[in-house]
Design a protein around this ligand. Sequence first.
Ligand code: FES
Length: 243
Amino acid sequence: MKTKILSNEKIASGIYKLVYEWKGGIPSPGQFVMVDCKGKTFLKRPISVCSVDDKSMTIVYQVKGEGTKNLSEMKKGDTIEVTGPHGHGFELYEDKNVLIVGGGIGIPPLLYLAKKIKAKNLYIALGFKSEIFLVEEFKNLGEVIVTTEDGSFGKKGMVTQGIEDIIDKIDIIYGCGPKPMLKILQDISLKNNIPCQISVEERMACGIGACLVCACKVKKDGGFEYKRVCKDGPVFWAEEVEF
Ligand code: FES
């Protein structure tokens, strides 16, 4: 649908928060929208939903190429084309001790998850290279542990360090971030026998399951098969993903 931009602001180096009018379907946490970024690139970009209400939707994106650069230059009042919500989001369970783990641009969809999940206790581990973003929004929702690779904020190191200290309190883990981080979450989940859902990022073209550009290798009966990140994911159980 065509929709009007309400704001488009830079919140960290190369990271923008875009709010637009939204009268479409309400996504579940982990689902994404396809955004037409204009320019020579004709493909729409998949961007996860960061928050939504009955009038507007917010997405947070990183400028990575021509399309997202175009998007970053759009202003309040401009019109953009957004479709969705698409994909299979996180499965939510009530009254559990929940650990959410986010790395970099994988963090925004976890804000929507943290708002929606009805946890007994919510622990939120957020990892950044250097500059932080969205941390204040998470602080009202649970116990937040911030890590930066260069030590500029919070603890110095990787977001997955320190998880082992609280792991025996946790019933379920949710993660979104770079592949090496997701692989570590998979290892932690298997080692401690704690269910874990991860949101996998992959290049996309159609975004609706028709082109197979977004194939992701998953384990099946001692072998493997390919699933579509846009339709079967982007959220999978960590134990099924083949890294
Ligand atoms: Fe086309 Fe997933 S992007 S099948």
